[in-house]
Write a new protein. Sequence first.
Length: 256
Amino acid sequence: MWIFDMETLNFLKVNTEAIRQYGYSQKEFLSMNLKDIRPEEDVPKLEKAIQEMATRDGLYKESIFRHKKKDGTVFPVRLKSNLITYKGRDCEIVSAIDISEEVEYQDYLLRQKQIIGAISDINSTLLKNIDSLKALKLCFRIVSETLGVDGVYFFEINLKEQTASHKLAWTNAARTSLLESPKFQNIPLSQVPDLLVCFMNGQKYEAHVANMEESATKALLKAIKLRSLLALPVMVGSDLYGFIGIDDYNLEREWK
């Protein structure tokens, strides 16, 4: 909780909980103003909120904003505030409640709803399309758009020849051209031993390329400028038939 001056936005008083939560000492807080605990890109939103204070109905207000701790951590807060007079100045007393867990849970529920919707769309697509390859490509598109990834594709594995070959993908035009190039046909499995070990054990493979130990697999993924990869084995009975790859060229993504 704190009190700030509505004209200067300076902190005039802070309690021990604010000191604990934000990581600043009392002396540091009292040398700062509201803009110092906001992400830079959120300052215009703060300035608009301050302008609206003069014309708002009633003394009490609740709102949700993003704040920034001393260590740079950005987190959502629910603000409960009252307009007051403090030491002859127009001020506001504010209680800031960290709602990170609440927001994460809401995001989780929204994500689950999106995934359930995607599963329904995939089932509908498979039922409506006689052409299995066309249906699978449309399903890849649904997965890509739902997860917000750069590409979803299928590689067929020939264990007898010890090779893997690209067969189908949903991705942008440049990526599709790359995957369809001869370099992605008959790739020796010796170039991706890490993936093969997981697949043979019926396990998924996931990685941030930058964090991988030096290996033939990392060299191959770095060559195509990949940052994150999730690969799921496709089994026919007890035999490894291939894998579905899901990747990101821009983010080190946590695959959940």
